[in-house]
Ligand binder design. Structure first.
Ligand code: XIL
Length: 382
């Protein structure tokens, strides 16, 4: 009974007529500044988009869109950073024991270099998209340690010097903050995490080494688990530089107060001495989308990007591709989709404007004052 009025209030508050959906922010959109330009002005290192190698994204059957897609991805000032969505995962880079293939990952990595984009590299040790042999081998502690060391030595070694950051360990936690029972954990216990970070630090000493996971955007048991990982490594004097908040969000679950809770979490990680990045941001909706859930989506994007802008340790934002037809969401979450910033016809979501508002400090609630130090363009909330 409260719903219709709540929904219309929300829309009024967000002043979001559906007509604002579908703006043309393609390469020809004129004088408007792209998201990466705005992000840098807000004190971030980058605003980026993950992308897949054509070999991977062909399943979308939209080859005709590639030229326009590539122009936005590589030639506009929307993105200053990229991550290969798939090409550096174990399944692709070491499909058989000791047999390495960097082809898919190189497609994205070499384009990043050519077009001057920062590269985040993803992901060295993960239970998913693992080559099947890793799960079927009968390991001893010793043989699995050796396999992890070989994998990281070869893969991080191959991209040495080219990755701003590596997601060294991905998704090691359950929702309640306990350890996920991956093959790595089952054989080695938490030692595999230490081993992975130690090895990566040795192989590519200049890459920022991240732990990366989903559902770390709001306070809770999983965030505490992630802090435990940081502290565990620091206690052993093993290098960890960053916490990756994947940020796979759901528009319908958001609330206006989320910005404060995002800020709390990011500051909490920052206080441990690691930087923070939003590494795989998308905000999925029940499809077909409508004015109401596009408005909710806009609010979610604005809240999380706004939080990043306001926390000095949050250094950048990566969306998990930018073009809806190439999103992973409809494949994994039936009935949900349209989680990115560009619709299929290359017009932009209302959420694009939400990101612009966040990057231009429109999420602060109290009068601003300039932050001290090198990030003086940043405006603080209090
Ligand atoms: C997803 C890719 O986008 C899909 O193409 C693939 O089929 C499955 O993986 N967490 C991660 C990412 O760390 O690597 C995942 O990417 C999404 C969830």
């Amino acid at each position: 009974m409260h719903l219709p009025s709540a929904a219309s209030l929300l829309l009024a508050a967000l002043s979001l007529p559906l007509a604002s959906a579908g703006k043309d922010h393609g390469p020809g959109h004129g004088k408007k500044q792209g998201l990466n330009t705005l992000a840098k002005k807000a004190g971030l290192k980058y605003f980026g988009s993950a992308t897949d190698s054509p070999g991977q994204r062909e399943r979308a059957g939209l080859e005709a869109s590639y030229a326009k897609y590539d122009e936005i991805m590589w030639k506009s000032d929307e993105f200053g950073q990229t991550t290969p969505t798939n090409g550096q995962k174990w399944l692709f880079v070491e499909p058989a024991p000791g047999i390495f293939n960097y082809t898919e990952g190189e497609i994205v990595a070499s384009k990043a270099k050519k077009h001057g984009k920062h590269l985040r590299c993803h992901a060295l040790v993960w239970h998913s998209q693992l080559a099947p042999w890793v799960e079927t081998t009968e390991w001893t502690k010793e043989t699995l340690r050796a396999a992890i060391v070989r994998h990281i030595t070869k893969v991080a070694g191959h991209w040495k010097g080219r990755c701003y950051a590596w997601d060294v360990v991905n998704e090691a936690l359950n929702e309640d903050g306990t350890w996920r029972e991956s093959v790595f954990y089952k054989v080695l216990g938490e030692e595999y995490i230490t081993l992975a970070f130690k090895t990566a630090a040795k192989v590519d000493p200049h890459a920022k080494l991240y732990y990366n996971d989903y559902n770390l955007e709001l306070p809770g048991a999983k965030v505490e688990g992630a802090k435990r990982i940081v502290k565990m490594l620091q206690k052993q004097r093993v290098k960890i530089d960053g916490m990756g908040l994947q940020a796979h969000l759901v528009a319908e679950w958001g609330s206006p107060a989320d910005i404060d809770r995002h800020i709390e979490v990011m500051r909490g990680f920052g206080s441990l001495g690691v930087e923070v990045a939003l590494t795989e941001l998308d905000v999925r909706l029940q499809t077909p989308y409508n004015t109401t859930n596009l408005a909710l989506q806009k609010r979610s994007y604005k809240n999380i990007v706004g939080a990043c802008v306001q926390v000095k340790e949050c250094i950048g934002v990566t969306i998990w591709d930018f073009y809806d037809p190439f999103s992973w969401v409809p494949y994994v979450f039936p009935g949900e989709g349209a989680p990115l910033l560009w619709f299929e016809d290359f017009t932009t979501h209302p959420a694009y404007d939400g990101v612009v508002e966040a990057l231009t400090n429109k999420t602060r609630r109290t009068p601003s004052k300039p932050a001290k130090g090198p990030r003086s363009s940043r405006l603080l909330r209090d």
